[in-house]
Ligand binder design. Structure first.
Ligand SMILES: [Zn+2]
Ligand SMILES: [Zn+2]
Length: 354
């Protein structure tokens, strides 16, 4: 009996250790008590402000959180880049607006982050792609097939997944579906669900309009990846702009002026050593936006709140000094986004920490 008790205790300790070990956690600022993906942030309390000094100072004294609009909510599902990270999945943003759920980019692990928001992949039937780099698209097959083939009481997709994206999107979608032919041919779908997609290859301009929601695509400058788009979502006198991947872009500035929330990408490379001289590193910096350049963009567009996503950092987040460097050019409100950080957009913007 005693032996059994000791054995059970050891098992229990081992299990606790295993769970703790699974919560990931490397060099990023995620609390081990609250591992990403295990908590429904919708249950989280109202806005909490950033806690570290740099970010806290960036929030200033203004109350930007008192009034909000639950009918226009943006959640950063993935704030990372191609770099592998358990804390920052690659790019994806959920915009819930006017009763719709619109997904912008579908990077690594998007379905897992949707699930953490209590949204099944089958509840998504509208996907807007900024460009066809894999860190923005590699979650597509999971979204498409899991949304139709894995029974989910929250909802499976009964209509084709509608995809908007630049030239080349049709080939990407069709070829992805073709690559799963062996699976799709035999897989049992949930009754009434469908593993199909329709594609709208877009040009600059209004690409979607329904239920008072307007989505405008605009061209950005992402080097040889051309065309690449950013999106502006307008609803009820408010707006959110998603930069997509871009270096400093005058066209983005034109379309982002006066927006409530500007979600912008950022890059920081190491500026010393042999690596910095390499063509590859120079290109990474040339095709993305440095914090100083982003500060200039924010200065010219004057968003109510600027939020960083797509942190392409080749230095530690601490050494990147994102807010400090941005503030050289912009003295407004900036927040460094995190996976599952959400924003409610109304007369005020409420930030919901993950
Ligand atoms: Zn890209
Ligand atoms: Zn990217």
């Amino acid at each position: 009996m005693k032996k059994q008790l000791v054995f059970l205790t050891i098992c229990l300790l081992f299990l606790i250790g295993l769970i703790a070990g699974c919560s990931g956690g490397t060099n990023q600022s995620v609390s081990s008590e609250s591992p990403l993906g295990t908590e429904n942030p919708l249950k989280a309390s109202a806005k909490t402000k950033e806690t570290n000094d740099e970010e806290a100072s960036s929030m200033g004294e203004n109350d930007i959180d008192e009034e909000s609009n639950e009918d226009f909510k943006v959640t950063l599902l993935g704030t990372g880049s191609p770099l592998l990270s358990m804390e920052r999945f690659s790019n994806s943003t959920l915009v819930e607006v006017g009763g719709e759920k619109l997904l912008f980019d579908v990077g690594r692990g998007s379905t897992l982050r949707l699930n953490a928001m209590n949204v099944s992949p089958g509840m998504i039937d509208k996907l807007f792609v900024t460009h066809l780099h894999h860190d923005h698209t590699m979650g597509f097959d999971d979204l498409l097939i899991t949304g139709a083939a894995v029974p989910d009481p929250r909802g499976n997709r009964e209509n084709a997944l509608q995809v908007w994206g630049p030239k080349g999107t049709e080939d990407w979608v069709n070829n992805t579906i073709l690559s799963y032919k062996a699976d799709i041919d035999v897989r049992n779908k949930v009754e009434g669900a469908t593993i199909e997609a329709t594609v709208n290859e877009i040009e600059e301009g209004v690409v979607y309009e329904d239920n008072g929601v307007e989505v405008i695509a605009f061209k950005v400058d992402h080097g040889p990846m051309e065309p690449a788009f950013g999106y502006r979502i307008n609803y009820n006198g408010h707006s959110v702009v998603i930069s997509g991947d871009t270096t400093f872009s005058e066209n983005l500035i034109k379309h982002a002026r006066g927006t409530d929330l500007l979600i912008h990408e950022v890059v920081v490379v190491k500026r010393e050593g042999e690596d910095y001289k390499s063509e590859a590193i120079k290109n990474i910096e040339a095709y993305h936006t440095t914090p100083e350049q982003a500060g200039e963009v924010f200065k010219q567009t004057q968003p109510k709140l600027a939020a960083y996503t797509h942190l392409a950092l080749l230095v530690s987040e601490e050494d990147a000094k994102l807010v400090e460097r941005t503030k050289k050019n912009f003295d407004g409100e900036i927040v460094v986004g995190k996976d599952l950080m959400a924003f409610e957009i109304g007369d005020e913007i409420k930030i919901i920490e993950p």
